[in-house]
Design a protein around this ligand. Structure first.
Ligand code: LRH
Ligand code: MN
Ligand code: MN
Length: 388
């Protein structure tokens, strides 16, 4: 018996999950970066690899850039290259975490000259966005302090507001700023944008074109992330997701790998709050593939999101609402869990085939020989990676 109705399959057609260019480069931990044969040597090759994920899944039509990791001489050329391969360039991520000048902060720094440099970097990102056709500027700040007393917490928050205001003023009419929060790392005592509340306060003070970015790996263990999703949607301020999964810290593992049930709960609140297939809420991955092959790692990831979305869409919402209203605790929970436990994979495979896609994108990609080909072709040169 089919578990996915035509309505649900229709909803799934609108799913789009942006891929991070950096997922295709080498990455690792502070202990070791393992390199993979065939790793891209420049942003063009990262885009080519990302296009493979979309080719086999039709789930990832856009690719996010990170500047300066993806700096090129000609963004119009990069854009045309991507479009030839059937994908577009998406969110532009700024980077103020790999420059000596930013040791004590960037947008929050005590020194106006350092703040100027950091603001100018963001204005340059906006300029790039005009050329790449990107809507969103994503800002994640590695700013904070390690020791109590080290920094003036209040002064930094005020300076952050001033710096963000200047960046916000530089946005084009169709462009947005999304501010990502993270509770620790690289600073360990305090972080200047540690939580959704701080991000919300900062973006609310800017205006309608500023939203919050929720990275699923950036919360303390045990945090009820779906509650945050609900609240931000309720406030009209959920701009985007960075999906990944974590066991311990900011692990950047494959979304849905560590806790598929959490992903299901998050997606349920997205759907419930009107954030699904809503252009105001961008779905993105923010992951690194340290030991597994990168392209299959990304294919697995988008399939995981699709699978949990299908399960969340199949919740019997009327029955759930009735059970909630009547105080039927166990009944409501059973309705929720039934959808989570329903295996939608055979239905999704059949649906893919009906749309001219491989039933099993992982197997189809493996059989294509692409990995072997790039391993042979991309010898020599410096492999691009997280931070290169
Ligand atoms: C920070 C973060 C942020 C960066 C990315 C590489 O931990 O999640 O989104 O841009 O990692
Ligand atoms: Mn992130
Ligand atoms: Mn992160």
């Amino acid at each position: 018996m089919s578990t996915l109705t035509p309505e649900i399959l229709g909803e799934l057609e609108h799913q789009a999950i942006e891929l991070p260019s950096w997922a295709f480069g080498n990455s690792g931990t502070r202990f070791k970066v393992f390199s993979t044969p065939g790793t891209p040597r420049d942003p063009f090759e990262k885009i080519a690899d990302a296009a493979q994920v979309n080719r086999y899944t039709h789930l990832s039509p856009t690719v996010a850039l990170h500047i300066p990791w993806d700096k090129v001489d000609n963004y119009i050329r990069l854009r045309a290259y991507a479009e030839d391969l059937g994908v577009s360039l998406g969110t532009v991520n700024s980077n103020t975490f790999q420059d000596d000048d930013y040791k004590f902060g960037a947008l929050t720094h005590e020194d106006a000259a350092v703040r100027r440099k950091a603001i100018d970097h963001h204005l340059e990102c906006i300029e790039i966005m005009h050329q790449t056709g990107s809507r969103d500027l994503k800002i994640w700040l590695a700013e904070g302090s390690n020791y109590p007393g080290q920094a003036d917490l209040r002064g930094r928050q005020d300076r952050l507001h001033e710096s963000l205001s200047e960046i916000y003023a530089g946005l084009g009419d169709e462009q947005r700023l999304v501010l990502e929060y993270k509770f620790f790392e690289p600073a360990f005592y305090h972080t200047d944008v540690p939580d959704w509340g701080t991000s919300y306060v900062q973006v609310a003070a800017l205006g309608d074109k500023a939203m919050v970015c929720l990275d699923t790996g950036h919360h303390a263990p045990g945090t009820n992330i779906e509650f945050i999703v609900m609240q931000l949607l309720r406030l009209g301020k959920l701009g985007s997701f960075d999906f990944n999964s974590r066991f311990y810290a900011d692990d950047d593992l494959i979304v849905g790998a560590a806790d598929p049930f959490q992903l299901f709960r998050i997606l349920y609140e997205v759907i419930r709050g009107g954030g699904y297939a809503n252009p105001d809420v961008a779905f993105m991955l923010d992951q690194c593939h340290n030991i597994e092959d990168k392209i299959p790692g990304q294919i697995r990831s988008v399939l995981n999101v699709q699978e949990m979305t299908a399960r969340a869409l199949s919740i019997d919402t009327e029955a759930l609402a009735a059970a909630q209203k009547s105080g039927d605790v166990l009944g409501a929970n059973a309705i929720f869990m039934d959808a989570f436990y329903t295996d939608v994979r055979p239905d999704l495979a059949a649906w893919r085939e009906s749309r001219g896609l491989p039933a099993d994108p992982m197997a189809a990609f493996a059989a294509s020989g692409y990995l072997q080909r790039i391993a042979e072709e991309r010898v020599g040169g410096v492999q691009a990676g997280w931070g290169a």
